[in-house]
Design a protein around this ligand. Structure first.
Ligand code: UD1
Ligand code: UDP
Length: 360
């Protein structure tokens, strides 16, 4: 089967690494990078570290408003699909690259497979939620990471082509956990011993675009009492500068560093006391690594982590964040919520089973 896989943003590179490795055992894959993320530390580092094949196309779309960015991708992806004539198009997650890929393919009557289908935060003000809903409804194969995702799709009337395969981020974690421990020097670089420090990531517009939210988050972190390592997403760095908050960051407690490669990130997270984040992927990884997670949002699409007692939603309220830093502690044992690390194998097998009779 000829598969065009579309990626463009940091979490998609991580997700595509195990899937691409599997697919290429039996299928022809053409990898398209939209160029949504383009800094070395947001893109190339993942291709190098995770040995992801070099993209066959880099569309170089770059940053822009939602409409301009998605529209530019749509046109450029359509050109690639017309030239390559794949049997199926594979998209990941919930970014503008995901939506553009799914839409371009659906309009050309090429079947779409969505990895990480069925996730819902039920918050339509999140750009990702719009992308998730539209992508799922344009997809023919929906690879769900959790039972909740399958139920969410059923509630919207989507039951055909739905497969519960587990989470490909679990595959990536299982494959790279020991490699990270062996190769990463991040703790030495930031001068920290395992334990006793916090890791924070923030990049959701609901936080970065609000001076009040960012001031509350930094305020709580400044008083945490433990050192905090803060790999700063480029969007966040830009917004902190605009809010006049970069200069005010208390350097002795908050160590703002450039975005990290995946191996450094998982070693850093694995030895943290707690993780604070508004990222989707980081909430899951905290759970997989058995580190308590404090989520700087009012809602989450990864509800299982909250129900299991390993994740708490605190929004961006300074007092709630400070309380959680000091007193949040998981109530239960951590178990395998996201599958057993064979989601990519199952995806390959399902696609192989469809050879000669692709969906659509
Ligand atoms: C995007 C996704 C989000 C995902 C995140 C992962 C959408 C709508 N959002 O958010 O779902 O969680 O990626 O990290 O698709 N920038 C750089 N260098 C880069 C990339 C971005 O400087 O390599 C800056 C630019 O100023 C850009 C801003 O970051 O305008 C935002 O980038 P964009 O890709 O639009 O959205 P993210 O916030 O990264
Ligand atoms: N990540 C990374 N370096 C960083 C921050 C995050 O490698 O500095 C990884 C993280 O471990 C996870 C993925 O990027 O695998 C999550 O991506 P992000 O938070 O950008 O997006 P989201 O998951 O919210 O869509």
């Amino acid at each position: 089967m000829k598969i065009v896989s579309i990626v463009g943003a940091r979490p998609q590179f991580i997700k595509c690494a195990p899937v691409s490795r599997e697919l290429r055992k039996e299928h022809e894959e053409v990898l398209v990078h939209t160029g949504q993320h383009y800094d070395h530390g947001m893109s190339e580092v993942f291709f190098e570290e995770l040995r992801i094949p070099k993209p066959d196309y880099n569309l170089g779309i770059g940053s822009g408003t939602h409409g301009h960015q998605t529209g530019a991708m749509l046109g450029a992806i359509e050109d690639v699909l017309e030239k390559e004539e794949p049997d199926i198009v594979l998209v990941y997650g919930d970014t503008n690259s995901t939506l553009a890929g799914a839409l371009a393919a659906a309009k050309l009557h090429i079947p779409v497979a969505h990895i990480e289908a069925g996730l819902r935060s039920f918050d339509r003000r999140m750009p990702e939620e719009v992308n998730r809903v539209l992508t799922d409804h344009a997809s023919d194969l929906l690879f769900c990471p959790t039972e909740t995702a399958v139920r969410n799709l059923a509630a919207e009337g989507v039951t055909e082509g739905v497969f519960l395969v587990g989470d490909v981020m679990c595959d990536a974690m299982n494959y790279n956990r020991a490699i990270a421990e062996e190769r990463s020097r991040i703790l030495e670089d930031v001068g920290l011993e395992p334990g006793g420090y916090l890791v924070v990531t923030v990049h959701r517009p609901s936080n970065t675009d609000s001076q009040e939210n960012m001031a509350a988050i930094l305020g709580a972190l400044g008083e945490a009492g433990n050192p905090v390592v803060f790999p700063v997403h480029p969007r966040t760095r830009k917004c902190l500068g605009e809010h006049g908050l970069l200069a005010e960051m208390p350097e002795n407690t908050i160590r703002a560093v450039e975005p990290l490669g995946y191996l450094d990130m998982i070693r850093l997270m694995a030895h943290a006391e707690k993780i604070l984040t508004d990222s989707g992927g980081v909430q899951k990884e905290a759970y997989m690594l058995g580190v308590p997670c404090i989520t700087l949002r009012e809602n989450t699409e990864w509800v299982e982590t909250v129900e299991a007692g390993w994740n708490v939603l605190v929004g961006a309220e300074r007092e709630k964040i400070a309380d959680a830093i000091h007193s949040f502690s998981p109530a239960s044992r951590q178990e395998g919520l996201f599958g057993s690390g064979d989601a990519s194998v199952r995806i390959r097998e399902i696609l192989t089973g469809l050879q000669g009779a692709p969906p659509g």
